[in-house]
Design a protein around this ligand. Structure first.
Ligand SMILES: [Zn+2]
Length: 178
């Protein structure tokens, strides 16, 4: 799994259930022979995935598209620890009211990815309507850090926007270490 993310400005949309950062074209994710374009990223507090039965306080989803029936979403968990520098910028620009905002700050998305990209993988659906079954999920095993204060700020803005855990319905989860 290869991340070729460029610095990007974002269109920030607070749609009432999450805050989405719509990215400029040009950031790509390559998995095997397939290349996906990064569309947007958004946050969930608490995390939408559980690892060994427990939630993380915060999860970011990077949403990529190869075609209308082929999406790849990469989930990254946050753990309380050192302050996240990129977050300091983010939190200053977070819209607390519904609406769309243009942000001219260039952000380097590498700051939201752990160095080691080992992952779990399964096929599933989008977690927001229409929940179409067209998503390849990749959940990174390694977390990135943000301070407890930053995580609390996020929780205050997102107000438990995670979807309840679904039954796996016999889906297989693949694991890959890098
Ligand atoms: Zn999501």
């Amino acid at each position: 799994m290869d991340f070729n993310y460029s610095s990007t400005t974002t269109e920030i949309e607070n749609n009432g259930h999450t805050i989405e950062f719509v990215c400029e074209a040009g950031s790509e994710l390559t998995i095997g022979t397939k290349t996906y374009q990064l569309l947007q990223f958004h946050y969930h507090a608490k995390s939408e995935h559980q690892v060994d039965g427990s939630y993380h306080s915060l999860e970011v989803h990077f949403v990529h598209k190869a075609s209308d029936t082929d999406y790849a979403v990469v989930g990254v968990f946050f753990e309380p620890g050192e302050e996240n520098e990129l977050f300091t910028e983010f939190l200053a620009h977070f819209p607390t009211e519904k609406g769309t905002y243009t942000d001219t700050t260039e952000i380097n998305l590498a700051g939201l990815l752990p160095e080691n990209k080992s992952f779990y993988h399964y096929s599933g659906s989008l977690t927001t309507p229409p929940c179409s079954e067209v998503v390849n999920w990749y959940v990174l095993k390694n977390e990135i850090s943000a301070s407890a204060t930053q995580i609390a700020q996020f929780e205050g803005i997102l107000k438990n926007n995670y979807r309840d855990i679904r039954n796996l319905n016999g889906r297989t989860i693949y694991s890959r270490d890098e």
